[in-house]
Design a protein. Structure first.
Length: 363
């Protein structure tokens, strides 16, 4: 390890003759550190000091200290997951100084999933360079746009045809009172431009009415990932996006709020089941369920919105984590081949299986 770096997000607590590293109960490492040497070494693992520098700083405090002992301790600590990383590797990147500062805390978070710290910069670069389309800039869409912008996605695209209404302000965090009556596509752009001037947020005042509308956007803007945060027209919006994403092999997530719960599913074409599989499974296994579904598909039956900024933010968090998993590839998205639901009445999380249907063209 050339420039050992102690992951600053971990707590470091010397107590009695022990040293506790990390606060999470199932992770915290408790080691005996009678002299305090391990603590002092970790305090000096700042990504700038070499092992030799650390030895030179501590040799007067610990009279019989040998450089081999410092090497041994740093080696042993780096064999534990997620404590030390080699800063020499993480700084060898094409991130600009602004990006490193702007996203340092995000990279701290990402390093929780990266044992030696060699990947967090690559994860960050993948997030920064992804092209993400959000369909619907209402409650969930607002929360997605703000979260993705804060996360570091630099090329965001948003679609909405509606205007801001006073009743939207209970949940649509992109908008303010001064935006009432304005187009959401314009007000959303104004907000994100103020939030981070480096983001290219392209918005479209557009009502999605067919699969081709979505496919055109994906192709024209090289979209890597689609979030569907629109729920109208009921079912059809998901069907159109499903088909467009299948045609272009684009991963996507649909999600939203329904009565006292929120839901979402992550779909990766060719790999996972899709929204059409869900429809075909219903047709195959539930006569009544399919009858009701067909009724909604044919006639809509839209209800008045009943969600909060909090419920939209809550489901958005899970959707964003599945997006991070997919884009960085550090792990497979969690909510594939199933529908995730979160019930606010008792905080129950459920997973409804959505198997691949043999008749579906997503295979
Ligand atoms: Zn399918």
């Amino acid at each position: 390890m050339k420039f050992p770096y102690f992951k600053k997000q971990l707590s470091l607590i010397p107590y009695g003759e022990k040293l506790s590293i990390g606060a999470t109960p199932d992770f915290a490492l408790e080691i005996t550190d009678q002299s305090g040497l391990v603590y002092d070494i970790l305090c000096n693992c700042n990504g700038i000091n070499t092992i030799g520098d650390i030895y030179n700083k501590l040799k007067y405090k610990y009279n019989d200290l040998d450089i081999e002992e410092v090497i041994d301790i740093t080696d042993r600590l780096s064999s534990y997951p997620l404590i030390l990383e080699d800063y020499a590797l993480t700084v060898e990147s094409s991130l600009t100084p602004r990006e490193i500062e702007r996203h340092s805390r995000t990279m701290n978070f990402l390093s929780n999933f990266d044992y030696l710290g060699t990947e967090k910069v690559n994860y960050m670069k993948k997030i920064i360079s992804s092209n993400v389309l959000i369909i619907g800039l209402g409650g969930v869409g607002s929360s997605l746009a703000m979260n993705l912008a804060a996360l570091g996605v630099q090329k965001l695209y948003g679609v909405d045809f509606d205007k801001v209404d006073l009743s939207n302000l209970n949940r649509q965090l992109l908008y303010s009172e001064s935006d009432v009556g304005c187009l959401k596509s314009e007000a959303a752009k104004k907000k994100l431009d103020m939030f981070d001037s480096s983001i290219q947020f392209t918005t479209f005042q557009l009502e999605i009415t067919c699969m081709e509308d979505v496919e055109t956007l994906i192709k024209e803007y090289n979209i890597d990932f689609v979030f569907c945060a629109a729920d109208q027209p009921s079912i059809w919006i998901y069907k159109w996006i499903n088909e467009a994403c299948l045609n272009t092999q684009t991963a996507w997530i649909y999600g939203g709020n329904s009565e006292a719960s929120s839901y979402f599913q992550t779909i990766i074409p060719k790999e996972t089941s899709c929204f059409n599989c869900r429809e075909l499974n219903l047709k195959e296994f539930s006569t009544e369920g399919y009858l009701k579904y067909t009724e909604v598909k044919n006639h809509g039956y839209a209800t008045q919105n009943n969600c909060l900024a909090a419920t939209s933010s809550c489901i958005t968090s899970f959707m964003i984590f599945d997006f991070i998993r997919y884009i960085t590839k550090f792990e497979t998205p969690r909510v594939i081949n199933q529908l995730f639901t979160l019930d606010y009445r008792d905080y129950t999380i459920s997973y409804l299986p959505v198997k691949k249907n043999q008749m579906c063209n997503c295979r």
